[in-house]
Design a protein around this ligand. Sequence first.
Ligand code: HEC
Ligand code: HEC
Ligand code: HEC
Ligand code: HEC
Ligand code: HEC
Ligand code: HEC
Ligand code: HEC
Ligand code: HEC
Length: 242
Amino acid sequence: MRQQISRLSIVFGVLLLALVLARHFLIPKSFGKIGHYRAAAVDAIAARKIKYAGHQACASCHEEIVKLHDDRRHRNVACEVCHGPAAAHVEAPTEIRLPAPKQRGYCPLCHGYDPSRPTGFPQIDPVSHNPLKPCITCHNPHAPETPHTPEECSACHGEIARTKAVSHHALLPCTGCHETQKQHKITPQLSRPSKPASRAFCGQCHGVDASSPKEIPRVDLATHGERYVCWQCHYPHFPELK
Ligand code: HEC
Ligand code: HEC
Ligand code: HEC
Ligand code: HEC
Ligand code: HEC
Ligand code: HEC
Ligand code: HEC
Ligand code: HEC
């Protein structure tokens, strides 16, 4: 028992000594002067070279591009997001040249389809969207608006279209359930298509006494999930329940 206590106290003694030595030799001199960190860090960080020039800096030499860019859909994507830090270029424009991301792989970093992005954000499937050509053959990076109004709903609602295509509703056109004005394809947020609002809407085809073709499965609206709208249980773009 005694022996063990003395062994333990040796261990603790060594640890304590190590701690005291470490405090003395390893902690920087300026630590604690102005709070719980190394005061000299402020000067060290301030002494670093500034790498970014800021958006305004470009306007003095690239006036036309800045004007165009600030007026279009990439207005909130700063020049240096795509061209990289530009402070050195501003100092010596002809010696320090900036890269331009011309390759096809770049734009999908933001525009590749990803279900976690907000639905309103323009997204494409890089595999099927006009493959092989670089994006900038059709989209001006400084004024990226689509070259013409999209024809198909799937140009912007790719995920819904792909889901519906393998469902029992594959043959129903989108516009059968959503009244859509032409303007929706030009300014989608401002012109909203309609959405079915009642059980009776689905009942047009699925109600027991509906006049729709016989192959369509029927339910009695009075007793089938009667307390909820249909799409609480059936996703309308993939209605089957497995
Ligand atoms: C002092 C004037 C000046 C400023 C400020 C300036 N540039 Fe430039 N930039 C130039 C000149 C001149 C060229 C052409 C260089 C050449 O062709 O040798 C150029 C070329 C470029 C190129 C094309 C490079 C290439 O190899 O084709 C890009 C991209 C660019 N600038 C981006 C920027 C961005 C972004 C900013 C703002 C952060 C900026 N520039 C600020 C003068 C400037
Ligand atoms: C979305 C990415 C993106 C943003 C944002 C962007 N650029 Fe570019 N920029 C490009 C690409 C890609 C090219 C190459 C275009 C080409 O070769 O056809 C380019 C080319 C250039 C060029 C040289 C070719 C030319 O068109 O004269 C300059 C200069 C330039 N950009 C400046 C700017 C400035 C200034 C801004 C901010 C106002 C800016 N860019 C914002 C992607 C971008
Ligand atoms: C840092 C992220 C980012 C990068 C990189 C980027 N974009 Fe964008 N893009 C945006 C944002 C943000 C918008 C505006 C979305 C909005 O208005 O709701 C946009 C809008 C667009 C639109 C407009 C879609 C429409 O319906 O009018 C197109 C097309 C586009 N970008 C193409 C490109 C191309 C081509 C590139 C590569 C040169 C590129 N983007 C790189 C963020 C990015
Ligand atoms: C051959 C020309 C062409 C090429 C190459 C191209 N696009 Fe498009 N893009 C279009 C057209 C046309 C539209 C309009 C929608 C449609 O009809 O598909 C469009 C639409 C878009 C949209 C808008 C979708 C929405 O939801 O508003 C984005 C974003 C986009 N393209 C990004 C890209 C990116 C990123 C690349 C490169 C990986 C690329 N495009 C390559 C022609 C092209
Ligand atoms: C240019 C791209 C584009 C095209 C083409 C397009 N949409 Fe949309 N749509 C959107 C955007 C963006 C929203 C808004 C998403 C958001 O804000 O959540 C939207 C929303 C919707 C909504 C939901 C409305 C709401 O209030 O919740 C429906 C339904 C819809 N679209 C149906 C269609 C149909 C049907 C077509 C084809 C006839 C179509 N869209 C074509 C971009 C487009
Ligand atoms: C059988 C009818 C039906 C068809 C066909 C249909 N939808 Fe819908 N859609 C609905 C209903 C019902 C809702 C409302 C769901 C809700 O409120 O939760 C909806 C919601 C939406 C929304 C809003 C966002 C979401 O996912 O809830 C969009 C966008 C949309 N539909 C687009 C489309 C597109 C594009 C097509 C064609 C590819 C299509 N719809 C085909 C019935 C349909
Ligand atoms: C224009 C007619 C029409 C409308 C409106 C319609 N459907 Fe359908 N529905 C069909 C057809 C056609 C089938 C496929 C029948 C088949 O596969 O033989 C179907 C299949 C179904 C199925 C069966 C899937 C299975 O597992 O067999 C369900 C569930 C369904 N729809 C729910 C709905 C809901 C919910 C709505 C309202 C948002 C709706 N439908 C609106 C025509 C319609
Ligand atoms: C509370 C959830 C719920 C609601 C609400 C609901 N359903 Fe169903 N539905 C189901 C379930 C679960 C099944 C599969 C089991 C069954 O056949 O009862 C089903 C099956 C179906 C079928 C396939 C029947 C067959 O014979 O293959 C159709 C069609 C259908 N529902 C349409 C609708 C329509 C139209 C509405 C709205 C009027 C609706 N459902 C509302 C849960 C619901």
